[in-house]
Design a protein around this ligand. Sequence first.
Ligand SMILES: N[C@@H](CCC(=O)N[C@@H](CS)C(=O)NCC(=O)O)C(=O)O
Length: 241
Amino acid sequence: MIDLHYWPTPNGKKVTILLEECGMPYRIVPVNIQQGDQFKKEFLEMNPNHRMPVMVDTEPKDGGKPIVIFESGAIMMYIAEKAGKFYPQDVRSRYEVNEWLIWQMANQGPKSGECGHFRRVDQKQHGDQTYAITRFTDEVNRLYGVLNNRLHKHRYLAGDQYTIADMICYPWTVNWKFQGQDIEEFPYFKRWFEELGARPAVQKGMAVGSDLSVDVTKLPPEEQARIRKMMYNQRAIPVPA
Ligand SMILES: N[C@@H](CCC(=O)N[C@@H](CS)C(=O)NCC(=O)O)C(=O)O
């Protein structure tokens, strides 16, 4: 069984999309990142980077002890490899998938994350954010251009086949409007976006945990301030005494 330590954010939903596409049974273990579950001792033992998702396979193919994996890209590779689906075997195709998977982890995810972060900052409290917002909105625009150009040449990101490269990118694009983008600027991306959005497994994967998430803006101001401090003022965790 796959246990997915999860909270309903784009980095978690990549994995639930893949699990749904593979039809692989899994259990969700909620990691409430607004309550600080990511800093608990048991969680840090699985992921020293204190971020979800984390996957635990209690029945690995080698029959050995459970396999624990952090970083969503590594989790996607593991699950696809175990299922023998959405991750081609031949070296050329596999490395095309790897390129786009690493592109997502190193570019689209972090830059879109910062774009969303600075767009949400309360400018009355923290001052003018124009520079940061422009910087990351432009960068995200550049990245949609990269997707659009690729999808102009190919049906899917890694070529002719739908793979984990597509699944890993999709959840970060659903908020294109909030990221300050106009989907009409990117017609080839739009074609891909609509095709993936119509897939039942993508819809199911995206909906996982929708009952868990809380609209932070509806919480009392003190609670919002506590969550912001915990999420946005993180510094190094000291080594244990
Ligand atoms: N590169 C990591 C990023 C994971 C990540 O940033 N997770 C966020 C939610 S999307 C998180 O756990 N945040 C907790 C926090 O900021 O304290 C991955 O792809 O697994």
